[in-house]
Write a protein that binds this ligand. Structure first.
Ligand code: HEM
Length: 403
């Protein structure tokens, strides 16, 4: 039970260790006692579903992060990256880049990706079967998104190995409490990533790929009739896209198996009825989603929870908290693979809603349907190691026995 004093003192910049293991009791207490919770620095943390939706749908809630990141990141590669990508911009840059990317991840494009993902998953499962005991994250969950995003930008396979570490270091630069070590590693990763992209882009300019399926070729050519991106804008959209689809999807698959292993009745139900895989994937996203926080800044005053917040207020939307709100989800603390309806906000909402959500869903569906068919007796084989960050939720290692 979380006390009233713990709720009052709650700050994302210094969460208790137990919060990192299981933030959901804190979220429940915040929703009940202080749903528009004041954060140091003048911001608020929202934990109720309806408040989260209201902010996502408010066109005067800006995604531009320059004011927020300047004091934290200074004049650094991390600042340049996190203020140039589409996700942290408002129109017109946001609209322009979003339209270019969307064309490469529509349903037709996703259908084309499926065969490749299914082939990869089968190969990974065969390797796992041969080993008997594996790290589910490194040997399976992380391998799938690397392949998918690598293909989307058509990055040659032998050049993909540094992508995961760069991605983790750059996204860690968004933690509410940033250490010097995180800051330095993030800056190094942006610089190395751009050096790599310069070579990749020069090669693609010399030999363009397929405009329909290759996002880099689409970004290079811009909208057919539209304005082209500058080189700097181009680098940061590529970096963001690689990062956005990487760790998030790894953690969907990792958190998903962890939830199933902790709810053996639901695992059994899913194994007995594989037609439940699509609703199970949605429930994994709701119950323990890979992204726990999103941010906005109010350009006009807004009334939330009965009080009016002034223009300029930084808002932290508690995605994980909203996804356990009983006002929206009956019996919200229960993991239910057949839950329907399930209007979770794991992919955000509104103008910035995740461009890759159907790509991630497809990866999740193929991963779980084939995994459970191949390994009906999959079981925990040791202590998992949790990634101890506030914004991103996932496991670094999840030892399992598949035999
Ligand atoms: C389970 C996996 C994923 C989760 C949980 C997730 C979550 C999110 C969330 C919450 C946002 C909204 C950010 C905001 O409003 O501030 C977002 C945006 C975005 N995501 Fe995803 N994502 C996932 C996978 C992917 C994949 C696979 C791709 C690419 C293929 C992708 C590309 C993007 C892009 C480009 C945006 C920015 C959209 C915009 O600003 O208009 N994501 N994602």
């Amino acid at each position: 039970m979380i006390s009233a004093a713990e709720v009052r003192d709650f700050q994302l910049t210094r969460v208790p260790a137990a919060f990192l293991d299981d933030p959901y009791p804190w979220y429940a207490a915040l929703r009940a006692q202080d749903p528009v919770h004041a954060l140091e620095g003048g911001g608020v943390f929202l934990s109720r579903y309806d408040d989260a939706i209201a902010v996502y749908r408010n066109p005067r809630a800006s995604s531009d992060k320059k004011a927020e990141f300047a004091p934290k990141l200074g004049d650094s590669p991390l600042y340049e990256h996190h203020t140039s990508s589409l996700v942290f911009n408002d129109p017109p840059l946001h609209t322009r880049v979003r339209r270019i990317i969307m064309g490469a991840v529509n349903q037709r494009a996703i259908a084309r990706m499926e065969q490749d993902v299914a082939r990869l998953v089968e190969a990974l499962l065969a390797d796992m079967a041969a080993k008997g005991e594996v790290d589910f994250i490194g040997d399976f969950a992380a391998q799938i998104p690397i392949e998918v995003i690598g293909n989307l930008l058509d990055i040659p396979r032998p050049e993909r190995s540094p992508l995961r570490a760069w991605s983790v270091a750059i996204l860690t630069g968004l933690e509410p409490k940033l250490t010097t070590r995180m800051f330095d590693a993030g800056n190094r990763a942006v610089t190395e990533f751009i050096d790599y992209l310069k070579l990749l882009i020069a090669a693609r300019r010399a030999k363009p790929g397929d405009y329909e399926s290759d996002v880099l070729t689409r970004l290079l050519q811009g909208e057919k009739e539209g304005e082209k991106l500058t080189d700097t804008e181009l680098y940061h959209q590529c970096i963001f896209l690689l990062n956005a689809g990487h760790e998030t999807t790894t953690n969907l698959i990792g958190n998903g198996l962890w939830a199933l292993l902790n709810n053996p009745g639901e695992l059994e139900k899913l194994r007995a009825d594989p037609s439940l895989v699509p609703t199970a994937v949605e429930e994994m996203l709701r119950y323990d989603g890979p992204i726990q926080l999103n941010n906005r800044r109010l350009l006009d005053p807004m009334t939330l929870g009965g009080s009016t917040l002034p223009a300029g207020t930084p808002i932290t939307i508690g995605i994980g908290a909203a996804n356990r709100d009983a006002a929206q989800f009956p019996d919200p603390e229960r993991f239910d693979v057949a839950r329907k309806p399930n209007r979770h906000i794991a992919f955000g909402q509104g103008d910035h809603v995740c461009v890759g959500m159907n790509v991630a869903r497809m990866e999740g569906r193929i991963a779980f349907s084939r995994l459970l068919a191949k390994f009906p007796k999959i079981a925990l084989a040791g202590e998992p190691e949790r990634d101890r960050r506030v914004r991103f939720r996932g496991l670094r290692r999840l030892p399992v026995r598949v035999g």
